[in-house]
Design a protein. Sequence first.
Length: 322
Amino acid sequence: MFNDDVMMATSTSRKHIDLMLKVARAYYLDDKTQSEIAKEIGYSRPTVSRLLKESRESGIVHITIGHTLERMRSLEDGLKRRYGLRHARVAEVRPGEDPRTIVPRYAAALFAETCAPDSLITVSNGNAVAATVREVPVCDWPKSNVAQMLGTLSPDNPMTDSPDICRMLAQRIGGTFTILPAPMILSSPELARAMRQEPQIATALALGGGADVAIVGVGAVTTERSGHIFDAYIDQRKAADLHAHGVVGHICGHHIDAQGRHVTTDLCERTISIDIERLHRIPLVIGVAWGSVKTPAIRACLIGGLISALVTDQSTAEALLA
């Protein structure tokens, strides 16, 4: 008798599951209405509705929102929660597309959305920042000013330099610009100290440090090199030594460890740049960076609170949240 009861219960359960499957397939795969399904199986429409609900709750039916934009927003929300960011933008880079083209568009859009027409803006150097500025929409912001936050690169460095980026951004938004007429790294600490006291340089550094918005790149330090901006100053041996001592990247000419803390090097006293602590006081620092090589440096900037907004690509965002 016991075995007969078990067999009857099992048979009933199997028939019920088959019914749920039939209803679910008709509704979700064949796009039939609940009324049409009810007529086919000989049940009422409320019964069909109950079977559909039961199929979801029991796990027979899984509903996933699969639009790419939803995935990007999920990553952005995750970055903001994890690192306390004000803003995050994750660019979808499809196969065959170059992130160097796609990510700066997202960064330029974020800048245009968040920057006020009378803002004081400061920019660093490098390809990511230059590409972002080229994508900034043309505006009429005559009260805005763009200030250079660190000195110029060595003459043989092919990267787009800060003065050019300042001019370019000022032209696009219809504002003025303030350049910093000094090399990024000088030959001695004494010369650097004297240079910082020059009125034009002191004014530019003060403006950069007191900006409302900053657009910055993030550089990686590996065993091979210390980022392109240091090519004239740090050789492979020195880069490997920095990496061995915990340096993972640099931002605005300052080297940092995995926790985003400033690491003093023999270049520090010779560097013309805003103080790294000033980054904490700029209301919005937009970091534009991507790629597996740069991921440790980006993470360090996020942990250290050196940037308050990040624009990157999907794979980098996923790595930062892993």
